[in-house]
Design a protein around this ligand. Structure first.
Ligand code: 5AD
Ligand code: SF4
Length: 471
């Protein structure tokens, strides 16, 4: 990997100095400004937002969930599907009135949407109340960019279309306390024909193993129990560098870290899922029995049009191999419905994969045209009503399978890592099984976040389980 992909230490120190200067400025003003960071999209984006909050905190900002009292509202956006983009534009547009009432308010947009030149231009010309725009490759320069907006009261736009960088050791303010996401690599080289990610996240670049391991050790010392290793395609970890280490080796190293009980990772591309990785999963006691392995479509012809580089048969054979070596692990997948040219017969192949594999759950998406990707100009786009009708049929089948799998948990005893209060019920705590299933159980007043407990399942539904603590 080219050396210049690492942001130099001096540059990061310069940003830190600017951050400290802004923090002093706010102190002199006798003010703790409040920031609201709104995140769309995947865990990588959540992880970026945690870094953004870390830098904001260094700049003297506190945080709020209330737009009315915010001094800075920052949207960290996703470009994977049009729906998410429309939501962002709607929510940004709705802030016009707030900005009129409070001219000091800074409205900012960052993330993958801003890496698309035409979208950044649209914001510049049509959303005049937005005064800060930056792309995914310059997140580490937030102190400089925000200071300029605050101090010089000018609109700042900073996007670049480089291949991306790695910025280490920038501050991070994490959301949860018992589990943490750790990026192992950034970017993607696969260029699936429907996907915008390679264009907005740059080329694959792996973090140095010593940096990753040091970060996880610090997390373990702070009481984090579960780590999820993140990357668009973790299976190609290290291929862009000369660490002498691949993802399987990295997993083994993470497995050795004291204090960490559970390790998960995502996402794996079927074409790169090596025997070495399956062996490492089998050997590492802390790696949970769960695998997210997107197949996207069942038809080999569609897979080829998608540039996925495997056939339906190869995917099914891979699942069999994984199950033969790892037993009954939980499997999940991403699926796209209504890719250009998808016929009813092609779609039946997708349903067939669902029936054959019996995933615990799937993330299914209606194909969304992304400007700049090869699939956007394919001339046989599937009509919207056909896409929706197929999508409904897919959900119906998967819901039945998910429920049947969950029913097998009835009256079973499972180990849970307690994640805290349930999001929907007060007096109820929530945790996850090794397979990653959410289980709700009554709060006994003694159980704490981060505890490993034993629960007997008393109720099952399609999406979650409920139980009683027995130990
Ligand atoms: N339309 C619909 N879904 C998409 N994904 C990526 N690009 C698109 C698109 N253009 C889905 C894929 C991927 C997941 C993160 O998002 O299934 O695995
Ligand atoms: Fe997109 Fe394919 Fe890369 Fe996943 S592997 S991020 S679907 S291009």
């Amino acid at each position: 990997m080219k050396k210049d992909r690492f942001v130099p230490k001096e540059e990061l120190l310069r940003q830190e100095e600017i951050a400290n200067a802004l923090s002093s400025y706010w102190k002199e003003q006798g003010k703790t400004p409040l920031a609201m960071v709104i995140t769309y999209g995947c865990q990588q984006n959540e992880n970026d937002s945690e870094r953004i909050r870390g830098m904001l905190s260094q700049m003297g900002y506190g945080f709020t969930e209330n737009k009315e009292e915010a001094d800075l509202i920052l949207f960290n956006t996703c470009a994977v599907r049009e729906g998410a983009e429309q939501r962002v534009l709607g929510n940004v547009g709705a802030l016009k009135h707030l900005k009129k009432r409070n001219p000091e308010l800074i409205v900012g947009i960052c993330g993958c949407m801003m890496q698309q030149q035409q979208v950044a231009e649209q914001i510049k010309s049509k959303y005049r109340h937005v005064s800060l725009v930056f792309g995914t490759h310059v997140v580490h320069r937030l102190p400089e960019l925000l200071s300029e907006t605050v101090m010089k009261k000018r609109r700042v736009f900073c996007t670049d279309d480089s291949e991306g960088v790695i910025a280490e050791d920038i501050p991070i303010l994490r959301e949860a306390d018992c589990k943490a996401w750790v990026s192992v690599m950034y970017g993607c080289n696969n260029f699936c024909t429907y996907c915008i990610v390679p264009y907005v996240r740059g080329r694959e670049r792996s973090r140095k193993p010593e940096k990753i391991l040091a970060e996880i050790k610090i997390l373990a010392e702070r009481g984090v129990k579960e780590i999820t290793l993140l990357g668009q395609n973790v299976n190609s970890y290290g291929k862009d560098a000369d660490f002498g280490m691949d993802f399987a080796d990295l997993l083994r190293e993470v497995n050795k870290i004291d204090g960490i009980f559970r390790i998960r990772f995502m996402t794996s591309h079927p074409k790169d899922m090596s025997d070495r990785l399956i062996d490492a999963m089998a050997e590492c006691d802390k790696v949970m029995p769960q695998l997210h392995l997107p197949f996207q479509a069942g038809s080999t012809r569609v897979l080829s049009e998608m540039n996925r580089k495997y056939t339906k048969e190869q995917y099914l054979a891979l699942v069999e191999k994984v199950r033969a070596k790892l037993g009954a692990i939980s499997m999940t997948s991403d699926i796209i419905v209504g890719f250009p040219g998808e016929t009813e017969e092609d779609f039946q192949e997708t349903l067939d994969v669902l029936e054959k594999v019996r995933f615990d759950s799937v993330f299914s998406f209606i194909y969304s045209k992304r400007t700049g990707t090869p699939a956007a100009t394919m001339d046989n786009q599937v009509p919207e009503e056909v896409q929706h009708e197929r999508f409904e049929r897919l959900l119906e089948l998967q819901n039945r399978i998910s429920r049947e799998i969950n029913e097998e948990y009835f009256e079973k005893t499972v180990e849970l890592l307690v994640e805290g209060a349930s999001k929907t019920d007060s007096g109820v705590l929530s945790g996850r099984t090794p397979e990653g299933k959410i289980v709700n159980f009554p709060d006994d007043g003694e159980t704490k976040t981060g505890d490993l407990i034993t629960v007997k399942i008393t109720k099952v539904s399609t999406w979650s389980l409920a139980g009683e603590k027995i130990g």
